[in-house]
Design a protein around this ligand. Sequence first.
Ligand code: ATP
Length: 239
Amino acid sequence: MTQPLLSVSSLSVAYGPVDAVRAIDLQVFEGEIVTLLGANGAGKSSTLNALVGLVPVASGSIHLEGKDTTNQAPESLAASGLTLSPEGRRVFGALTVAENLQMGAFSIADKGAISAAWDRVFELFPILKERRHQFAGTLSGGQQQMLAVGRALMSNPKLLLLDEPSLGLAPIIIEQIFELIGQLRDQGVTLVVVEQNVAMALDVADRGYVMAGGQIVASGAAQELEQTSNLQDAYLGGH
Ligand code: ATP
């Protein structure tokens, strides 16, 4: 069997007395899109943040390409090919589009690789090229999301983690974001996508995990999860 690109074993995250993630196991194989679903507070963001070293791992382990990366610093993980595009976009509004993108390449020393990353991001997002001298704060919500993803891509990730990329965006922009997710996979990027938009996430993903109360309560092929009739009511807070 092929070795997983990412392997998470019995991972727990705690904030003082709050157990946000409770001994979860998950694996991501090269070339896959894996979606992580769950209601608000289920522990999805905490999981992603622990993977990239933004919150400490309380127990358990994380392996990237077979190497133990548990509790490594975000910079060193980015250099190893693991990058997060965080929830809420978090672009720097007072910096230009180009300056925001440049920050995403901080972990890369090779000038050729940086120049290839600029080309790729501008090809994927022509609007960012057009607006490269504009302050990021003047972009629309959808454009800021594209900038956040573009910035994450500047580090040339093998594994890109997207935390709620469709949050707060208009339906037509959400469609573009999901189209982009498929395009990135076609370009060889492996993705983990946290989403509230369950139908669209399962549509684009190969496999999914469902979290509730910090645990993984269901997992499987996206198509199988799609057919789980009580998925929404049982785990995702209904509606
Ligand atoms: P959301 O979609 O709302 O972001 P989520 O599934 O990503 O939800 P987390 O944000 O990981 O869930 O939160 C998991 C639990 O940890 C929740 O009970 C939350 O209140 C708690 N939590 C998250 N961040 C912190 C923090 N910095 N300090 C204390 N508790 C936190």
